[in-house]
Every structure is written in structure tokens, then in C-alpha cells.
Ligand binder design. Structure first.
Ligand code: MGP
Length: 202
């Protein structure tokens, strides 16, 4: 955790110097935040989310590349850790008001190289506002897990099947996924493992 925070302040310093030099930075449509969660050594009795940290909020292409290069590459994640990139102001939690009625499309990967590519393609599509339904998107999470790594795209209105299916189709194209992908409602994830089957698939 400390390492990630140190790397993030190095990125902030670089961004400040660049701006101070009067170099023109390329602004994004909106602000995004990178988050990090390390649950590899969970504290006994600690609630979910207690190790989740917002690391850096940015709105330029230059900061994005610095952050991606120096920190947020999934192949660097240890097991049971996650990186998130969410719209600024939205927390990567079911409890966030923007996520509360939402859900997620999930794609799994057994190869680290593949995971890095899918994550990067997704990040670029988000900051480049490539989804027609961009208002419906909350953010993306990449999770390193013992069983299988995964990337999940979180959206806002789970009950709106047409919108979710359109987003799922577009995402599949972006990450070049060949297999079926599934959409789960956060409401189902909240309940119990047995009710977690995907509600939509593309
Ligand atoms: P996970 O990290 O999304 O999936 O959630 P993982 O580790 O692949 O395991 P899975 O087999 O359960 O899919 C793991 C557990 O963390 C969940 O079952 C919840 O108990 C808890 N959890 C995850 N999220 C994203 C939240 C959240 O947003 N809010 C709360 N309260 N708990 C969560």
C-alpha cells in the first residue's frame, strides 16, 4: 500500500512540474480516480472495504499514462488485490448511490498478459468516452485471484436490459472477448453466492 501511495505522489510531482513548465496537457472529458485494495492479509474482523484506498484523481492523458506505466498494471497485482478506475465522485462499492441499483459485466482471464491488455483497452475506451451509454458507466475493476483473474465493468441501472446489453456488446468488441460474458446485479451479489448467476449475457 505504501509503495502505491509513494508512486502516486511521484506521478503528482511530475504532473505539477509539467504544468509549471507551461506545457499543454491534454484534458479528458471528465475526471477519473484510480483506487487500490489489498486484501491479501485481511485483518481479523475487518469489514469489507477497510483496505480500499483512493490513490489518485486525474483529468489529463499525460497523468493517465504515467499512472498506468508506473503503478496500475494488473500483472503487478498480488493475489487478492484489486485496481479500480471509477468516475471521480463514485466509490467502487455497491453502497455508493450511483452503484446501488447497478451491476457488472465480468470477463475472466487465466493469462496475465491477456489481463493487462483487456484492462488497458477498457481504460482507454472509458477515458476516450467510447461508450454511447457513457452516463450509465461507473467504472472498472481488475481483480487478481487465486482461481482466476477478472475484469469487471460496473454500470448504473441493472434493470435496464437494453442499455446493459448494448454496453456488454461494445465492451466485448473493445477487449476482443471470444467467450460469452455475463452480467450480475449487485443486489444478487449482496444476497448470497447461490443467487449470483448472470442475469444477461452477450
Ligand atoms: P469480490 O472481491 O467482488 O469477488 O467480492 P471475489 O473475491 O472474486 O469472490 P466471489 O467469489 O465472492 O466473487 C468478494 C466479497 O467481498 C463479496 O462476497 C462481499 O462479501 C465483499 N464485497 C465485494 N464488494 C465489491 C463489496 C461491496 O461493494 N460492498 C460490500 N459491502 N461488500 C463487498
Amino acid at each position: 500500500m505504501a509503495e502505491v501511495e509513494a508512486a502516486a505522489s511521484a506521478v503528482a510531482a511530475v504532473a505539477e512540474v509539467t504544468e509549471a513548465k507551461g506545457k499543454e496537457l491534454h484534458r479528458l472529458e471528465r475526471k477519473w480516480s484510480f483506487w487500490f485494495d489489498n486484501q491479501s492479509k485481511p485483518k481479523q474482523g475487518a469489514a469489507w472495504g477497510s483496505s480500499l484506498r483512493k490513490i489518485y484523481t486525474f483529468d489529463t492523458v499525460e497523468e493517465f499514462w504515467c499512472l498506468y506505466d508506473q503503478i496500475f498494471r494488473p500483472s503487478r497485482l498480488i493475489a487478492n488485490a484489486d485496481f479500480h478506475m471509477f468516475k471521480a465522485g463514485i466509490e467502487p462499492k455497491w453502497e455508493d448511490p450511483e452503484c446501488a441499483n447497478g451491476g457488472k459485466w465480468t470477463v475472466t482471464s487465466s493469462r496475465k498478459a491477456n489481463l493487462d491488455t483487456m484492462w488497458l483497452e477498457t481504460l482507454m475506451a472509458l477515458i476516450g468516452e467510447q461508450f454511447d451509454e457513457s452516463d450509465e458507466i461507473c467504472g472498472v475493476v481488475v481483480s487478481a485471484r487465486q482461481r482466476q483473474d477478472k475484469v469487471a465493468l460496473w454500470t448504473k441501472t441493472a434493470s435496464n436490459e437494453a442499455v446493459q446489453v448494448a454496453i456488454g456488446r461494445k465492451w466485448k468488441e473493445i477487449i476482443d472477448a471470444q467467450e460469452k460474458i455475463f452480467y450480475t446485479f449487485h443486489d444478487d451479489s449482496r444476497r448470497d453466492k447461490s443467487s449470483r448467476g448472470g442475469r444477461y449475457n452477450v
